[in-house]
Design a protein around this ligand. Structure first.
Ligand code: V47
Length: 398
């Protein structure tokens, strides 16, 4: 980080040696990461992460006009990924699988909007073949050539390779040839074997998840990465997870953004077992995970806040805690709303811009590859009296 960070702004002395390392551009160790998680000086941690972010992105905050599409919620891991509220068994109530025409019809909403990206994730369907997905990508590109397709988590890629009896490389290549631009970062959860045995017993291992992303990077397909926090994992598990992401990024440079995902406990087995129904992570934890991610992942260019999960209010504050990237317009969000999120489904473009400007930052609309699409936005007018709600009567002292 160019320039000294003024450590007198930190109230927790254990953060000072970490701040000195950040100022010197030195890589943080596992112990440093644990000190960041252990501190209760949230504002000091935020200042440090904000300085690290500013040195990479200055006051720019990226966002995309995107649309989420979830072609199916049928998933063979339904009974073993106990944190997930989205998946269904094929014959279970609420199970759905869209035909290609239905997917194309949902995507038609992009016509009246400035959409630049389709974000596509679903479940591990026992019968949907690779061709369904390549036809979907090809069909979307034919109908919306200017829209990038970011599709399928590493877990879905590995599943398709298994049912097609081909390699993950071949699946990724076929998808790239159909028009795929990038992969989303889902399915990583927490890489610890013990945590996975508890929350996602039969899912891809951490090493296997990283392998799919390594192959994607080798094929010139950039990807995102995530960590699901706020369930049974420890600070040590989180730091080990971040270390593995940082290690792959050193090798390939293929990760675009890191997204910490806040666990939501409603309507899933884990939430019931933990007695956590109705309460999600706290704002304190959410901000801490943004800040630690920014400081520890020194080689990943962006850190994204997923507003459907942590609310637009908290996402706006996260922009002062090391975050430079906000999830896009979304249009229709299913995964977190099934798990109890009460946020809106869709964030209109101008509201995203307003959220970023309101945090004193400079909005930059980006495409899936973080190329700038637009960076000139007017300050919105100050709220009128009517927007401020009813005025309280003035009470004069007698
Ligand atoms: O892998 C599932 C998470 C992920 C729950 O790459 C849950 O730009 C909280 O990865 N509570 C999928 N989280 C979504 C995802 C994502 C989202 C936004 C942007 C990007 C990107 C990727 O959702 C899953 C899992 O970690 N998830 N269930 C739950 N109950």
């Amino acid at each position: 980080m160019p320039g000294e960070f003024d450590t007198s702004r930190l109230s927790d002395p254990t953060l000072r040696p970490v701040a000195d390392k950040v100022s010197a551009g030195e890589r943080l160790s596992r112990q440093d990461g644990l000190a960041l998680y252990a501190t209760s000086d949230l504002l000091g941690l935020g200042l440090l992460a904000d300085a690290a972010n500013r040195s990479k992105n200055s006051d720019r905050v990226f966002f995309s006009a995107n649309q989420h599409l979830n072609p199916t919620n049928v998933c063979i891991l339904r009974n073993t990924c106990v944190f997930c509220s989205f998946a269904r068994m094929p014959k279970e109530d609420g199970a759905y699988t869209r035909s290609l025409e239905e997917v194309f019809s949902e995507a038609e909403q992009a016509r009246g909007m400035p959409t630049r990206e389709f974000h596509i994730v679903g479940g591990l369907h026992p019968k949907l073949r690779l061709e369904y997905y390549t036809d979907m990508i090809r069909g979307l590109k034919e109908r919306h050539p200017e829209v990038h397709v970011k599709a399928l988590t590493a877990v879905e890629i590995a599943h398709l390779a298994r049912i097609e009896k081909i390699s993950e490389r071949e699946v990724l290549l076929a998808m790239k040839q159909a028009g795929l631009t990038s992969l989303p970062g889902g399915g990583a959860e927490v890489f610890s074997t013990a945590v996975r045995a508890t929350i996602a017993e039969r899912k891809l291992t951490g090493e296997e998840w990283l392998r799919v992303h390594r192959v994607a990077h080798e094929l010139g397909i950039p990807t995102n990465c995530t960590m699901l926090y706020g369930h049974v994992e420890t600070p040590e598990d989180r730091i080990a997870h971040l270390e593995m992401l940082r290690g792959l990024q050193d090798e390939t440079g293929g990760f675009l953004t890191y997204i910490p995902l806040a666990y939501h406990p409603d309507h899933n087995q884990l939430g019931e077992e933990m007695g956590r129904g109705g309460t999600a992570t706290t704002g304190y934890e959410d901000l801490k995970n943004i800040a630690v991610g920014r400081l520890f992942l020194d080689n990943i260019p962006h850190v994204k806040t997923h507003w459907p999960m942590v609310t637009p209010f908290l996402s706006q504050i996260a922009l002062s805690f090391g975050c430079d990237d906000v999830e896009g317009t979304v249009v229709y969000e299913r995964i977190y709303h099934e798990a109890g999120a009460h946020t809106q489904m869709h964030m209109p473009y101008h509201e995203l811009v307003r959220l970023i400007l309101g945090a004193g930052k400079r909005p930059v609309e980006r495409d899936s590859l973080y190329r700038e699409v637009r960076d000139q936005f007017d300050q919105p007018p100050p709220p009128s009296g009517a927007d401020r709600g009813p005025r309280l009567p003035v009470v004069h002292a007698a």
